[in-house]
Design a protein around this ligand. Sequence first.
Ligand code: NCD
Length: 305
Amino acid sequence: MPLSFSHLISTEQISRTDAELLLQTAASMEEELKQGVSDRLRGKVLASLFYEPSTRTRLSFETAMLRLGGQVVTADGIQFSSMYKGETIEDTIRMAGGYGDIIAMRHPEVGSAARAVTVSPVPFVNAGDGPGEHPTQALLDLYTIQKEFGRTQDLHIAMVGDLKFGRTVHSLSVLLALFPGIRVTLISPSELHMPEHIVSLLREKGVALDSGDSIEAGLHADVIYMTRVQKERFADVAEYERLKLRFILQADHLKGRKAIVMHPLPRVGEISTDIDTLPNAAYFRQAHNGVPMRMGIMALLLGAA
Ligand code: NCD
């Protein structure tokens, strides 16, 4: 059974059937990983274009392709690329689609992924479009939730930090809204609230929404999803400095609590390191789930799952 889409720009494209297929495929990829390298995508090439900093997303996309028996060509750093010379997104994608069989792109502009798919001759995957969306992160987050709880419904998720510029929480909340019994508590400084279009979408889909302005408001959730205040999106550094560590989760907060702590990483102070050794800390397990989920995404988009 194929996915209902051939390019992945936003979690708004994903149906519940798609999400379930992606979860199942990631789980079977995780089993395959135990056998070493597979040959599902032998002869296929991933064009990996990263025009914004990335460690985990890029490494896990590239690892995923290599583990599937394929190969990778990569362009990173605006200063070394034709984007720096003024090439349009459309021309870059036409070109990369002639080299690779699938493209993953991270780009600083919201909407860059939507522009890319208007010309992409091969499956295209959004690896983060500025403060817009990050659908593959949301899928690996959902996969983590499925593994940690054995379900993706009837769960309470508190999202904490920069909900305005944090693209992972945009994509994740839309994805969670596919499932029944989801409650979301939004905790951010008033300057960094979740964008209104996402809040309306969650309401339309029947998500139980509330908000708070202290970390305590989220401690009784099943998942405390922490985020980094996105320094690179601020025009005014003083504003960033003022807001950056408004919410810091510490081990004391978790005493006697079962909540798992997630974070797309990198963290820059908002999760105290004394949490790392607690069973609640799921963020490194979460990061590792990026490889099987991205294997699943690429295998499905290339018809080899
Ligand atoms: C996130 C991103 O790039 O949006 N990181 C990631 O992909 N793992 C979150 C962040 O940078 O804060």
